[in-house]
Design a protein around this ligand. Structure first.
Ligand code: IDP
Ligand code: MG
Length: 151
């Protein structure tokens, strides 16, 4: 199986609800290795670049507000960004995370246990996880410099 790197973001609802440690525990338990971590400011530009492929979706503007912590009072728009590495890391992290829609995410997955849909139809699903090798490479390079990642 291929050794992959994948980007994880603990989203503002995850930070606000004190789920950061749980996310890290679940990823560690999946047998993956953390190779980069930082609290970083999600600028408007970074948020829009990260979610560029979704810019035509009706939920896009809400998603930009959400990832910048505007619904959760996150100071300075800070977020925890992580890179994990391991065999089939992209799929392994997606399995731990669960489906995008928290109502459809399997019980026991992070999103299935802790995600919710707000009355304004905002998906709050605790974490971001890259979805395929091309996305993972693009996203890791967007959030981290090379020298911030353990070789
Ligand atoms: P993913 O995060 O599981 O890869 P994507 O389809 O890439 O899912 O969507 C990115 C993020 O946009 C989701 O994690 C979620 O926060 C939000 N999102 C996706 N679909 C919807 C929707 O139908 N309504 C509201 N928010 C959505
Ligand atoms: Mg995605």
């Amino acid at each position: 199986m291929p050794i992959e790197q994948t980007l994880i973001l603990v989203k503002p609802d995850g930070a606000h609800r004190k789920l950061t440690g749980l996310v890290i525990d679940r990823l560690d338990a999946a047998g993956l290795e953390m190779v980069a971590a930082k609290m970083t400011c999600v600028t408007e530009k970074l948020a829009r670049e990260h979610y560029a492929a979704l810019s035509d979706k009706p939920f896009f503007e809400g998603l930009i507000k959400y990832i910048r912590g505007e619904f959760h009072g996150i100071k300075d728009h800070r977020i925890l960004a992580l890179v994990y590495r391991g065999e089939n890391a992209i799929k392994a992290v997606r399995a731990v995370a669960g489906a995008t829609n928290p109502e459809q995410a399997a019980p026991g997955t992070i999103r299935g246990s802790f995600g919710r849909i707000t009355t304004a139809q905002q998906f709050e699903n605790v974490l971001h996880a890259s979805s395929d090798p091309a996305d993972a490479a693009r996203e890791v390079a967007l959030w981290f410099r090379k020298d911030e990642i353990i070789p």
